[in-house]
Design a protein around this ligand. Structure first.
Ligand code: ADP
Ligand code: MG
Length: 270
C-alpha cells in the first residue's frame, strides 16, 4: 500500500461496516453465463477477491478470460449470473457516480469540446457553476490539456483522448476508478507516460484503482497486487503481491522476476 496517503477517516471500516468514504471492493463468487439465444457461454466462473481502499489492483489474463465481463459487473453495467460485488459494503446493482469508469475506446462525446467532455459528469452534480469550472480547470491541468480545452475529440491523438477520458472520470472525484485496458490503443511511449501520470494521480489522491490489462509489464509497473485470470471458463487463477519498491524500474531484477512469474502463471494454463 505504498504511496497512499488518504485524508480523513483512515481508521474506519476495519470491520467492513459503515465507513462512508470506504472504496473497498469485494468480489464474491461472481459468475456470468451469456445466454443470448445461441449456445450459452460461461464467461466467468466463481471469481472471488477483495480490493482494499486505496489499493491499486490489476486484473491480468489472456484474451477471452472474462476481464471485461468482470469489469462491467463491478461497474454495474452487466448483471452477474451468480455471486455479488460490494463496493464499500454495498451491493452493486447498477452504475453510480461513485465510480469513475474508463474504457479502451475512450467513449468521448464527439460533439462536445474537451472542456465539455471533462465537465459532462459534473453537470449532474449539485456543484455551482463556479465550482464546476474550477474543477474542470484542475482536471485539464492535471492531464496537461489546458491549451486544448476548446478542441474537439477528432482533432486529438489517441493519448490525448485517453487523457480526456481520465480527466472526465476523475472530475466527479469518485472514490473508485475502474479502467479496462485504457492504454491499449496508444503507442508504447505514450502508454508509459500515461502510466506514470496515472500513478501520480493515484499517489496524490489515494483513490482505489482496479485496472484491467493483458500486458504483464504494465500490471507489474502499476499494481500493488495482480489478480491473474485464466480462460475457459474465465476464472481467478492466482493473486500475486507485487513486492517491488516504487518508483519501479524495469531494469530492477525484482521487477523482472515478477513479470516472469505472472507470465508463467498465464502460460501455464491449458
Ligand atoms: P476479455 O475482456 O478477458 O477478453 P470478455 O469478458 O470480453 O474477455 O469475454 C469473455 C468471454 O465471454 C468470451 O468468450 C467472449 O466471447 C464472451 N462474451 C463477452 N461478451 C459477450 C456477450 N455480450 N455475449 C456473449 N458472449 C460474450
Ligand atoms: Mg476485454
Amino acid at each position: 500500500m505504498a504511496g497512499v496517503n488518504r485524508g480523513p477517516g483512515p481508521e474506519t471500516g476495519a470491520d467492513g461496516s459503515g465507513a462512508a468514504a470506504d472504496a473497498s471492493v469485494a468480489v464474491d463468487g461472481v459468475g456470468k453465463t451469456y445466454d443470448d439465444g445461441g449456445s450459452p457461454v460461461r464467461a466467468l466462473d466463481d471469481a472471488s477477491f477483495a480490493v482494499d481502499e486505496g489499493e491499486f489492483v490489476c486484473l491480468v489474463g489472456p484474451s477471452g478470460c472474462g476481464k471485461t465481463t468482470l469489469f462491467r459487473i463491478i461497474a454495474g453495467l452487466t448483471e452477474a449470473t451468480d455471486g455479488a460485488v460490494r463496493v464499500a459494503g454495498t451491493p452493486v446493482t447498477g452504475p453510480t457516480t461513485d465510480m469513475g469508469v474508463v474504457f479502451q475506446e475512450y467513449h468521448l462525446f464527439p460533439w462536445l469540446t474537451v472542456e465539455e467532455n471533462v465537465g459532462f459528469g459534473l453537470e449532474r452534480t449539485d456543484r455551482s457553476e463556479a465550482e464546476r469550472e474550477r474543477r474542470i480547470d484542475e482536471m485539464l491541468d492535471l492531464v496537461g490539456l489546458t491549451e486544448f480545452r476548446d478542441s474537439y475529440p477528432k482533432s486529438l491523438s489517441g493519448g490525448m483522448k485517453q487523457r480526456v477520458a481520465i480527466a472526465r472520470s476523475l472530475a466527479v472525484d469518485p472514490e473508485l476508478l475502474l479502467m479496462d485496458e485504457p492504454f491499449g490503443a496508444v503507442d508504447a511511449q505514450t502508454r508509459e507516460m500515461l502510466q506514470r501520470e496515472l500513478l501520480d494521480v493515484w499517489g496524490s489522491t489515494g483513490k482505489t484503482v482496479l485496472f484491467v490489462t493483458h500486458d504483464v509489464t504494465e500490471a507489474v509497473t502499476l499494481a500493488d497486487r495482480i489478480v491473474v485470470m485464466a480462460a475457459e471458463p474465465g476464472r481467478v487463477d492466482e493473486i500475486v503481491d507485487v513486492d517491488v519498491s516504487r518508483p519501479r524500474e524495469r531494469g530492477d531484477p525484482a521487477f523482472g522476476e515478477h513479470v516472469a512469474r505472472v507470465r508463467e502463471l498465464i502460460g501455464a494454463g491449458p
